[in-house]
Design a protein around this ligand. Structure first.
Ligand SMILES: [Zn+2]
Ligand SMILES: [Zn+2]
Ligand SMILES: [Zn+2]
Ligand SMILES: [Zn+2]
Ligand SMILES: [Zn+2]
Length: 710
């Protein structure tokens, strides 16, 4: 029953569908083509499809439709006439009227013929036009370049010096190359530059003849240069030559060199030329850094200025090293109080004239300059001066030395070189007093058994230092110089004994003098007032007694023998040379103070007779260093006189000064201590306390004890 009900519903729906009323019978559209103004349309039902085609024109200016012939009104889009084109429509190309024609402006030196309206250019500027007659596109021979054009001078420059030279000489090459050539023409105040390109063809030449000439020309440049070179310019082997430096800051093409503090190299092009064809030899040239002498000369100029600035108060320090040239600058003034330290200059407490000696040193070369400084000082109090001095005393560097000797004539030993080591340097626990002078072997020349021949061939008839004439003093010092003491001590003359054997100590030398003075009959034409080693100072003769040591005889009052105090420094190999210098510095300083002398009065044996003595000091260039040691001792003995000085030394291991000294040092004479070798680096804390006139001065430092190598 249910099934039947569904079927009857379906049938009902079918009937409803069949009886819906309909208008048209179904047909296939029959379209008529679209036209300019009408779309595609069905002729049966009138239904349209798409859009009308629209009119068809050739361009924006076409006024008749190509399809339907309908007309329209149009307007051309004209642009103005130009020099070369008449008025023209941009749309259809229609032209009206005539082109305007160019407004030519004549060519000038700078510009080619040019239309002032459109900028069109024809040809070249006047100069280029004239010059290009001489410039071929390619060449295999030297160009014939004019030296003037249109009555004006022309300077030619090749911008490619490996292809062509300025005068058109071409450079042989096995490939074709392009050269740019530049002409420079000065007309009135203006310079015109014109450039041309030329192809230089490959050229096969035989180089043999060129090579021979090159080997001749290059000789002047083959070694490192330290001065200007006169380059060889003359013809050789049928060839001429040109030079071109590729770095004029190192060497100019004329051979002038510009040295600096480093070696510099550049290439010098050497062109060997024959028949207008050059062979290029790029040649490496080295300009060496300044020589020692040059560095010193250059530093001298700086030092001159420095002194001027110092005198004018512009600067208050004098440098001890020139960084630019690596030159060491040592200052020695005759007035001990004028003292150049690393970071300041100590000047005398009262204004004084100072003669300042400046020694410039580079490697083994040195040169000295003397400056006269007027009215220096007067700007430090004594307390300020002592403060600086105490600071200076606290700066201690321990350096010993080993003197390596060799035999010269007569089997005498001479210093070959001095090796500086870390052991056996000098710790100077400076004392505010004169050093101890031992007098056990003093020679009393008033004894009747004194052997006078000991003095060589003395001619003055006296054994005591003579009065010196004013002329001599004027000549040696300055006009009006007065003998500074009543003992006629004018000089302190420093020697080295040249006695290098073990045991040839100050005591040994003193005994020798004593023996010759009283016991031995054989002549000994040598004597001296003092002998010094690292441990002792022995005096043999009173200071006012003439000794025979300076090599300048006794004929003239004022000579080193007559008026000098002779001091022999021992060089026995089992001694300590550094200690001897330090000990002697104390003696010399005390004699300066005793006899009112300056450092002008302290001389080497060499200064009187040219003998190489004191030999080690001269051979090592350390004389100025010794003078500075004397200066320091002088200042200590003078300015710390009456003061108490205490030293505090300690290390990690040793707490007291005595422990440090006794364990790490060997005692020398007069407050000198020499550091024993150590196996590990050891720091010694060092403090100096000075009390003078109730005022305390303290300075401290760290002294390094360093092991020696091997
Ligand atoms: Zn239709
Ligand atoms: Zn149309
Ligand atoms: Zn048009
Ligand atoms: Zn134009
Ligand atoms: Zn000597």
């Amino acid at each position: 029953m249910k099934m039947n009900k569904k079927i009857s519903c379906f049938l009902l729906l079918m009937l409803v569908f069949l009886f819906v009323p309909g208008c048209n019978k179904k047909h296939t559209h029959d379209y008529e083509d679209a036209t300019c103004t009408q779309p595609k349309i069905c002729t049966i039902c009138g239904q349209t499809e798409g859009d009308p085609l629209g009119h068809t024109y050739d361009n924006d200016c076409d006024d008749i439709c190509n399809v339907c012939g309908e007309t329209r009104i149009v307007q051309h889009q004209f642009i103005d006439a130009t020099c070369e084109e008449p008025k023209t429509c941009t749309a259809c190309g229609k032209q009206e009227g005539q082109a305007l024609g160019h407004l030519w402006v004549d060519a000038t030196f700078e510009e080619a013929k040019t239309c002032s309206r459109c900028g069109k250019i024809e040809g070249d500027d006047v100069l280029t036009e004239a010059l290009k007659e001489f410039i071929p596109q390619d060449t295999s021979t030297k160009l014939d370049l004019p030296s003037s054009i249109l009555g004006y001078d022309v300077t030619w420059t090749s911008l490619d010096k490996d292809v062509m030279l300025d005068d058109g000489v071409i450079i042989a090459s096995d490939t074709k190359k392009i050269a740019q050539l530049q002409a420079e023409i000065k007309i009135d105040t203006h310079t015109y530059i014109k450039k041309f390109k030329i192809g230089v063809n490959s050229i096969a030449i035989s180089k043999g003849k060129y090579d021979v000439a090159y080997n001749y020309y290059v000789t002047k440049l083959s070694n490192g240069l330290v001065k200007d070179v006169t380059l060889i310019k003359r013809e050789y082997n049928g060839c001429s030559v040109r030079y071109l430096s590729l770095d004029e800051n190192i060497i100019t093409s004329d051979g002038q060199i510009k040295q600096t503090t480093v070696d510099q190299s550049t290439i010098m092009n050497i062109y060997v030329i024959q028949n207008g064809i050059a062979v290029l030899y790029p040649t490496e040239v080295t300009v060496l850094s300044f020589t020692a002498i040059q560095r010193i000369e250059l530093t001298k100029v700086i030092v001159d200025q420095m002194i001027e600035d110092f005198q004018n108060g512009v600067i208050t320090t004098l440098s001890t090293f020139n960084d630019e040239y690596g030159v060491t600058i040592n200052w020695n003034s005759n007035i001990p109080e004028f003292f150049v330290l690393e970071d300041k200059v100590l000047t005398p407490i009262t204004k004084t004239n100072v003669r300042l000696n400046c020694t410039l040193r580079y490697d083994e070369v040195s040169n000295s300059i003397e400056y006269e400084l007027e009215n220096v000082g007067g700007n430090m109090t004594e307390e300020e001066y002592i403060t600086e001095l105490v600071k200076y005393i606290s700066k201690i560097e321990l350096k010993g030395s080993i003197n390596h000797l060799h035999k010269e004539y007569n089997d005498e030993l001479f210093l070959d070189y001095q090796e500086r080591i870390n052991s056996y340097g000098v710790l100077n626990l400076a004392m505010p007093t004169s050093p101890v002078v031992k007098k056990e072997y003093m020679v009393d020349i008033s004894r009747t058994d004194f052997k006078n021949k000991f003095f060589g061939s003395g001619t003055l008839g006296t054994n005591l230092k003579p009065i010196v004439g004013q002329n001599y003093l004027n000549e040696k010092f300055y006009e009006g110089y007065q003998m500074p003491n009543s003992s006629n001590v004018l000089w302190i003359t420093v020697h080295e004994s040249a006695m290098t054997l073990d045991g040839q100590t100050a005591e040994f030398l003193a005994k020798v003098q004593y023996r010759y003075a009283f016991e031995q009959n054989d002549a000994r034409a040598a004597s001296w007032n003092y002998q010094v080693d690292a441990y002792n100072i022995y005096q043999s003769f009173e200071d006012n007694v003439i000794c025979w040591h300076a090599g300048d005889g006794t004929a003239t009052p004022g000579s080193g023998n007559n008026n000098g105090i002779g001091i022999e420094m021992c060089v026995n190999q089992d001694g300590n040379y550094e200690g001897t210098l330090a000990n002697n510095a104390k003696l010399v300083a005390s004699l300066m103070l005793q006899y009112n002398l300056t450092l002008d009065n302290v001389k080497r044996h060499y200064d009187f007779s040219g003998k190489e003595c004191p030999s080690y000091l001269i051979r090592t260039g350390r004389w100025e260093e010794f003078v500075e040691m004397v200066r320091k001792e002088y200042l200590i003995q003078k300015y710390l006189a009456g003061a108490t000085i205490e030293y505090q030394l300690s290390t990690d291991t040793y707490q007291t000064t005595d422990e440090v000294l006794n364990n790490l040092f060997i005692e020398g004479g007069n407050g000198l201590w020499y550091n024993k070798p150590v196996s590990v680096e050891t720091e010694v804390d060092f403090v100096i306390h000075v009390t003078k006139n109730g005022k305390k001065y303290t300075a401290s430092s760290t002294i390094m004890l360093l092991p020696d190598e091997n």
